[in-house]
Design a protein around this ligand. Sequence first.
Ligand SMILES: [Zn+2]
Length: 128
Amino acid sequence: MKKGTKSYSILKLKCPRCQIGNLFYNPGLFVVKDILKMPDNCPHCKQDFKLEPGFYSAALWISYPIVLLIFIPLISLGLVVNSMHSFFKYIFPFIVLFSFMLQIPLMRIARAILLHMTITYRPNGKIE
Ligand SMILES: [Zn+2]
């Protein structure tokens, strides 16, 4: 992935404008604490991350289709495997656990996508 592309910036959870500052205090997709704690502004270019009150509730509508895209194939696969062999019932708890663990990166990525839909990338973070 190249710097300057939206996919790079979204997956690295970087500021949409400068792609240098982190969106979250605790960077990374898989974290256990401060999951949704974000600074008010980008630490690098000062881009406002709190665009309006309740801005991030829209992130739910972004994560929802992603969840469907991931889980419908997984559930279908599970049903097929289950009908072939009873082994599935032993791995089922791990799949549930895995699904819960996926919530954290999903919530973070949904917020990053929402910000990237709103703010355009400017190299060096310059304001027009
Ligand atoms: Zn920035």
